[in-house]
Design a protein. Sequence first.
Length: 291
Amino acid sequence: MKAKPADTGKPDRYAVMGSPVAHSKSPAIHKLFAHQFKHNIEYTAIEVESGGLAQAVEQFRVDGGKGLNITVPYKLDAFRLTDNLSDRAQLAEAVNTLKFEADGQIFGDNTDGAGIGVDIEINLNVPLRDKNILILGAGGAVRGVLDPILRHRPAKIVIANRTVSKAKELARVFSPHGKVEAVSFDDLKGKHFDIVINGTAASLQGEVPPLPVTIFARSALAYDIYGMGHAAQRAQGRGRSRDAGRTGGGVLLRLARRAAGNEIGYCCVAERQLTQLCISLEHRRIFAPVA
């Protein structure tokens, strides 16, 4: 039996939990949206040590918290803490949003895919249908975006990961929903993609997976889920100005701009935070996560 949360009479408390978590823009953005919609909230970022997510979540709930956003590397762990799940979280087996229900149960959702789909198609005006898409990584973020992207009916999704067995497992799970393949980074040589999505956390350390610059087809889109801040600024500082990107951040832009410099094509990088927030307000279930 879980303890009953305390009734403090204070603003509704939310937070984002992860490790690292300093990169997260969740506190600033959620506070701005809460102010716009006249929600009285307190939103913080909480660093959680390895193995400590369950205890941290329960303590936050008992202390009066209303819900949490979960970022790298705990989306798979958060999935195991839930009592009830949305259909998309159940399929992904990864959770980035936790809502504490009045009966003491925990509801889990995954909004990663909904956010990225709207961001690419509406904000960036890049259709996903019939595109060859490369997704880097096989962790919680990638699990969350696969099914929503497949619903847009791309020609093919290729998942590349250092541990190929993890990519193959995702391909097995999601292949019933569309054409999905799994490869190693070495297997990418000679291949070209219309959209390249970096779902690894390497960007948080200013790094990028070992990719051949030739993966970008002409007019390709480079989209970095976690990359922002100083890594993006360094990438922008090194790139050519010609067709070198429209918005956002991410260390993947470094490679994309190299491609543009080699006359391969036009690339850009996008952030998805505001899109997810708009979706969360539409659903009105809980504030949406921002990685």
